[in-house]
Design a protein around this ligand. Sequence first.
Ligand SMILES: [Zn+2]
Length: 117
Amino acid sequence: MSSKIEITKVCQHCGNDFIAKTTVTKFCNQKCAAKNYKQRKKTEKLNEVKTPTIQKTDFNLAQINDKEYLSIADTCQLLGASRMTIYRNIKNGTIKAAKLGKRTIIKKSNIEKLFTS
Ligand SMILES: [Zn+2]
């Protein structure tokens, strides 16, 4: 008697019967495994594209609302402006920003101030 486990399984990619050496094997060979992996990745990517952008924005905005200090990217999202616009306004002093190493940090209240005067 062999101690090897032999399980007849159906390949999840091509549907052929095969003898699996382990209980976790899902494919009859490497080729099927690779093809299935590729296909899954492709599907994942497609699903990503299908996800509405609005949902993503809403989520980010909720996060931004909780923050006191914003990155340039956050500020772009919040104001719906481009990075160039934000940088230009920092340069001309409209938006006050602090440099933290390579990062530019903007206090949210500084942005809110833009709308109070
Ligand atoms: Zn197969």
